[in-house]
Design a protein around this ligand. Structure first.
Ligand code: WTA
Length: 654
């Protein structure tokens, strides 16, 4: 089938989903209506899904204008780790909380809620022993081991604010994040292990600490979890082994009562300009929202085995490996490895091994595994699977079909979940028993979410339309500010379209009211589901001594979704060679991390600029897409001849 035909298909709610589901069509309509017409009543009721030490009397107190202020359940008190662990102990202490599946298929571990309680308490007491207090920022730079979850939960237990940095980021990127939130306590591992290869996490931390010190942020303590047992550099008095410390502290640690609006975590994410922003989430609203979306979007039933393949370094890992599932007393699977190790059947083998009911992954992984052929899938039974999920980027209908028919044997609904680091949890997604599916559509809004499409002037578009996606009112999981820079929060999200939260995404709404995300409309790239600002890659490139100027754009890539295309102008007198290309790729990897590796580098004597000096990215995008037939108006360029040279030397010829 052609793409258009696939997109025109509708997959009615499956009978199996319908008979089983928590929400059906009528209930969705009713609840949605109440959630947007009377948010105080709706969330006042659903806020009680978590336990409060002190009940809230106020529910919603939010404003998207002026200084922008977002508060939910503001006079309530609770604790996240208490909700994710302690409250399950009375009746379900022996239920498995975390199934850990190692990189090596022969390694796995099961941690019950009782065990989780002890681990997290000890971890929290070690943090306290080293002087970590409520409100302090703790940087976590860990691979996918249970200790990463213990560390996060331990922070929440004592009211410290964690900043998890993805283990694939470079020492520079890590150092910058340590500096931005002035974090003086770092938790890491000796090494990580992915696809049989080790990642030098502790060595990277050492470098990052030196970088931070140059910016006057001095890390006082590094807590190191042993994973591979390799020798690592050691600063005595600063570095401590977790296994030495855990036995020296008590196995119980009372959870700190936290106000609903106390900071919970900071997570850095890329925007269209400048360095990554510290997205700040707070305690009460976030937990209510992630637990509620986890339950209804995944149609989670008590006892289900749930697996999200993301890394805890991204928001998906925060909300849907750790906080949402554990708040719901789920068994959450944490996978240390990669989809193609030891071979391309690993995901499907793990599903059989642990009898996974709900499986949540990214389109980039689906496309890569689809390319490996069906045999890897067919050798597994996948009979335990009931539901599939997708996140991170638009899923192309071809990949959707394969996921549905081959992986899910046409028995499992696919929930395509659109959301962002900023939104905390799912925003637009099907509900398994309530929503008919269309391949490639994120479908309809979750409870309390008011999406709108606007044109470039901010005019609200009605009915079937194509426009910029904004959200008209607040929901409990929304970010509260950019850490340390509220003005940037207002500028980035609420100034483009006054009084509305701007998502940065383009979107189409069809005649059935379904939302189809078309991708970013700003200068943010989505490479293998990872967000990356073009400005970040540009600044990494120009930090190389031979580079004078750089402009970076995305281009369609069959596996990654988007690839990274770099236009580079060199310092006078230097030649663009293949060796230099390789050197620049290495340089960007060192500055940001492997996820930012340029796919194409084109050397050019100049960039297309307007007479006022603005780079015309539209032209660069077209050339990178090898679609330069319709470049549009180039008459405003300072030097139109630049374009001919760019076309002649393009790196992406058909
Ligand atoms: C994109 C990841 C289409 C989108 C949870 C968004 C998606 C950005 C989808 C946020 C989806 C995420 N369909 N696009 N189901 N999910 N996106 O902050 O462009 O890493 O703005 O959060 O990913 O990426 P982030």
């Amino acid at each position: 089938m052609q793409r258009e035909e696939l997109m025109a298909e509708t997959y009615p709610v499956l009978q199996s989903a319908e008979s089983h589901a928590l929400i059906d069509k009528a209930k969705y309509e009713k609840w949605y209506k109440e959630s947007v017409e009377n948010p105080d009543k709706f969330w006042g009721k659903h806020g009680k899904r978590i336990e409060w030490f002190k009940p809230y009397t106020k529910v919603k107190n939010t404003s998207f204008t002026g200084k922008v202020s977002i508060k939910w359940f503001e006079d309530g008190q609770t604790n996240v780790s208490y909700n994710c662990i302690d409250r399950h102990l009375e009746n379900h202490a022996d239920r498995v909380a975390i199934i850990w599946e190692g990189d090596d298929p022969s390694l796995d571990r099961k941690i019950t809620y009782r065990e989780l309680h002890e681990h997290v308490c000890r971890f929290a007491n070690v943090l306290k022993k080293y002087g970590v207090k409520k409100g302090d920022r703790v940087t976590i730079y860990m691979p996918m081991v249970p200790e990463a979850a213990y560390a996060m939960l331990a922070c929440t237990r004592i009211g410290a604010v964690h900043s998890v940095v993805f283990g694939g980021f470079s020492p520079d990127a890590l150092g910058g994040r340590i500096v931005d939130c002035e974090s003086t306590f770092v938790i890491t591992c000796d090494e990580g292990l992915r696809g049989g290869k080790s990642v030098p996490l502790k060595a990277n931390v050492d470098k990052a600490i030196d970088i931070a010190a140059r910016h006057h942020v001095h890390v006082k303590s590094v807590l190191v979890v042993r994973r591979t047992g390799t020798d690592v550099g050691w600063a005595s008095g600063r570095d401590f082994w977790y296994h030495d410390e855990a036995g020296t502290v008590a196995a119980d640690c009372p959870p700190e009562p936290m106000n609903a609006e106390d900071p919970l975590f900071i997570l850095y994410t890329s925007g269209s300009t400048g360095k990554p922003k510290g997205v700040l989430h707070t305690t009460g609203g976030y937990l209510v929202y992630v637990s509620m979306t986890h339950q209804y979007v995944f149609d989670y039933h008590d006892g289900d085995i749930y697996w999200c393949t993301a890394d805890v370094g991204w928001v998906t890992g925060h909300s849907y490996i750790v906080y949402g599932p554990l708040a719901n007393r789920a068994t959450t699977l944490m996978f240390e490895g990669v989809p193609n190790y030891p071979d391309q059947g690993r995901f499907w083998d793990v599903i059989d091994k642990h009898k996974v009911d709900i499986f949540y992954t990214a389109p980039t992984a689906i496309r890569a595994l689809m390319g490996a052929g069906d045999d890897f899938v067919k050798r597994s039974s996948r009979s335990s699977l009931r539901l599939l999920g997708s996140v991170g980027e638009p899923i192309n209908p071809e990949a959707w079909e394969w996921y549905y028919n081959v992986v899910g044997d046409a028995r499992c609904p696919i929930v395509d979940t659109w959301w962002q680091t900023e939104t905390g949890g799912h925003m637009i997604a099907p509900l398994p028993g309530a929503t008919d599916l269309k391949p490639g559509a994120a479908t309809t809004p979750f409870f309390g979410v008011k999406p709108q499409l606007v044109d470039n002037e901010g005019k609200v578009l009605e009915g079937a339309a194509d426009g910029n996606l904004v959200i008209a009112d607040s929901w409990p999981g929304q970010m509260r500010t950019v850490y340390g820079d509220h003005e940037r929060f207002i500028q980035t999200y609420f100034s483009t379209y006054k009084g509305k939260y701007f998502t940065g995404d383009g979107c189409r709404r069809d005649e059935d009211g379904y939302y189809w995300i078309t991708g970013r409309v700003d200068d943010v790239l989505n490479v293998s589901g990872h967000r990356l600002g073009t400005a970040e890659v540009e600044s990494a490139l120009v930090s190389h001594s031979l580079v004078s100027e750089a402009a970076v754009v995305g281009f369609p890539h069959s596996i990654k979704g988007q690839g990274i295309y770099c236009y580079v102008t060199l310092m006078a007198g230097h030649e663009g060679t293949d060796t230099l290309r390789q050197e620049l790729v290495k340089h960007v990897r060192a500055e940001i991390g492997p996820i930012a590796s340029p796919d194409k580098i084109q050397f050019t004597p100049g960039l297309p600029k307007t007479r006022s000096g603005k780079i015309m990215r539209r032209i660069l995008r077209k050339i990178a897409e090898d679609d330069f037939g319709a470049l549009g108006d180039t008459s405003t360029l300072a030097d139109p001849a630049v374009v001919d040279d760019l076309i002649a030397n393009r790196q992406n010829k058909e």
